[in-house]
Design a protein around this ligand. Structure first.
Ligand SMILES: [Zn+2]
Length: 441
C-alpha cells in the first residue's frame, strides 16, 4: 500500500500535475552562506552617508567633497575600491563616463554623465549580468524639478537601491573572489531622474563593445514598507518585467520568482508582467529596448508623499527590508552568473509518427553543459508546470501538443545551475534553420 502511494505520487509529479514553484533550480550552499553576510547595519550606514551629501542631483556641485553628486560618486568609488582590496583585488572599479543632453531642462544643456561600476570578471568576459541602482536624487515633484542646490535626500529613491548594489558588490566579491562563469557589473547610475541617462549610456556601451547581456536588473525604491494610508508590507517585493517571449523578460521574472522560493520562501516575490509601474520608468528599460531580459525590483508599497521630495528622508527607510531584497538580488545574480548561457536559437517540427500530436524540438548547442531541460506551461499559466530532462542532446521528441502550450529550453551546467529559458518558437525569436530534407528514393 505504502509503495503504491509513493508510486502514484511519483507519477503525479512526473506528469507535472503539481507546479514546482522552484522550477527545479538547485540550492547552492555557497550562495546560502553569502546571503547571511548581507547586513542591514551596513546598508543603514551607507545610506546615512549618501543622504549626508545633501543633494545628489545630476546637475549639482561636483567640486565639493561634502555636498553634491561629485562628492557622492567619489565616495561610492572609494567604497567599492575598499571592497576590492578586501577581496584581493577581485573587483575592477571604474567611472563610466559620457555626456548627454538634459532634454528636460529648459536650456537643454550637454552634461557629463558619470556612473560608477564595479566589475567582477567571470570566466567569460563577454557575457555580462548587470545589477544596478541609481545614486542621483531629485526633488522633481517640487515647483522647481531642476533644483540642483536645495536638499534632495533621496534616501529611498534611490539611496535604497544604491546601498543594496554596493553591499552586493562587497558580499559577492568576498564569497566569490575568483568570479563566476559570467561577468557581473555592479553599476551605480546617475541621470536616472533626467530620463534614464546613465543606464542608457551603459546599455549602449555594452552593445557597442559586443557584450552579450544575460540579464539586466535595477533596484529602484526598495526601502519603504509603510504606505501613506497606513498599510504595511515588509514581506513581499514586486518585480517588473515585460513578458516578451522573444527577449525573455517574463522568463527572467519567472526565474526570480523561483529563486525566491528556493532561498527565501517567506519573502514573497510578486511578478508584474509589465515594464514598470504606470507612467513611471527605471534603469532596466534601456536594456529592455536593446532586446535584453530586464527587470526592476521595487518595494511592494510606495509612499508617494515621500518621492522626489525633501521628505524622502533616512528615518523612513527600512533596512531590514532592503536586506531581504538584496538577498533575493544576490541569489538571482549569482545563480545566473554560475549557470551557462541559454540556447540562442530554437526550432520545432510536427512529429508525423504521432499523427502530429508530439513535436520535435531542436536548439543550439551551449558549450560546456552537461544536459538540457524542456519546461512546459499552458499559455495562460503564470509559470512552468512540467520539467522534462532531455539528457545532453540538442533535439528531443516531446509528447506535448505545441499548438497549445509554451515550451522553454534551458541548459544545465556541471555545477547544477540552470540557465534562463528560451521560449521555443517565440514570435520574432531567433530560429534554427530547417535541416536539409532527406531525399526520397
Ligand atoms: Zn528612482
Amino acid at each position: 500500500m505504502r509503495t503504491l502511494l509513493i508510486a502514484s505520487l511519483l507519477l503525479a509529479s512526473a506528469a507535472g500535475a503539481q507546479a514546482p514553484s522552484t522550477l527545479g533550480l538547485p540550492r547552492d550552499a555557497r550562495i546560502a552562506a553569502a546571503l547571511a553576510d548581507v547586513s542591514p547595519a551596513r546598508l543603514r550606514a551607507l545610506d546615512s552617508v549618501l543622504v549626508s551629501f545633501g543633494t545628489r542631483h545630476t546637475m549639482s556641485d561636483t567640486v565639493s567633497n561634502t555636498r553634491g553628486v561629485g562628492a557622492a560618486r567619489r565616495w561610492i568609488y572609494s567604497q567599492l575600491q575598499q571592497y576590492s582590496r578586501d577581496c584581493g583585488g577581485c573587483l575592477k572599479v571604474e567611472y563610466d563616463t559620457g555626456t548627454a543632453v538634459i532634454t528636460r531642462h529648459i536650456e537643454r544643456p550637454q552634461w557629463p554623465i558619470v556612473n560608477v561600476v564595479a566589475w567582477l570578471p567571470g570566466r567569460d568576459p563577454n557575457r555580462v549580468i548587470v545589477m544596478g541602482g541609481h545614486f542621483d536624487s531629485c526633488v522633481c515633484s517640487s515647483p522647481n524639478p531642476m533644483d540642483a542646490t536645495g536638499d534632495a535626500p533621496g534616501a529611498d529613491d534611490d539611496g535604497s537601491g544604491t546601498v543594496a548594489v554596493m553591499e552586493l558588490a562587497r558580499v559577492v566579491g568576498k564569497h566569490f573572489p575568483q568570479g563566476l562563469d559570467a561577468t557581473i557589473a555592479f553599476v551605480l547610475y546617475t541621470g536616472e531622474e533626467q530620463g534614464l541617462l546613465g543606464s542608457t549610456q551603459f546599455a549602449e556601451r555594452l552593445q557597442r563593445e559586443g557584450k552579450t547581456v544575460t540579464a539586466a536588473f535595477t533596484d529602484d525604491i526598495i526601502g519603504n514598507v509603510v504606505a501613506d494610508d497606513g498599510r504595511v508590507d515588509s514581506t513581499s517585493v514586486r518585480v517588473f518585467a515585460v513578458d516578451s517571449l522573444a527577449s525573455g523578460g517574463g522568463e527572467l521574472a519567472r526565474y526570480v520568482w523561483a529563486i525566491g522560493a528556493v532561498y527565501q520562501p517567506d519573502f514573497e516575490v510578486l511578478p508584474v508582467l509589465r515594464l514598470d509601474r504606470l507612467g513611471r520608468g527605471g534603469d532596466h528599460a534601456p536594456f529592455h529596448r536593446t532586446g535584453v531580459p530586464a527587470l526592476r525590483f521595487s518595494e511592494r508599497l510606495e509612499n508617494y508623499k515621500r518621492q522626489h521630495l525633501v521628505t524622502d528622508t533616512f528615518e523612513h527607510v527600512n533596512f531590514g527590508y532592503i536586506a531581504k531584497v538584496a538577498r533575493l538580488n544576490l541569489a538571482t545574480v549569482v545563480s545566473l552568473a554560475a549557470a551557462p548561457s541559454r540556447p540562442v536559437r530554437t526550432a520545432y517540427s510536427r512529429d508525423r509518427a504521432s499523427g502530429g500530436q508530439s513535436f520535435n524540438i531542436r536548439w543550439d548547442t551551449v558549450p560546456g553543459v552537461i544536459a538540457y531541460e524542456l519546461l512546459v506551461r499552458r499559455t495562460t499559466a503564470p509559470t512552468y508546470t512540467r520539467i522534462v530532462p532531455t539528457g545532453n542532446v540538442t533535439s528531443f521528441l516531446l509528447d506535448e501538443q505545441l499548438d497549445d502550450v509554451w515550451v522553454g529550453v534551458r541548459a544545465v551546467g556541471p555545477n547544477g545551475h540552470r540557465s534562463l529559458t528560451t521560449v521555443v518558437g517565440a514570435p520574432n525569436g531567433p530560429r534554427l534553420p530547417n535541416p536539409p530534407r532527406t531525399p526520397q528514393p
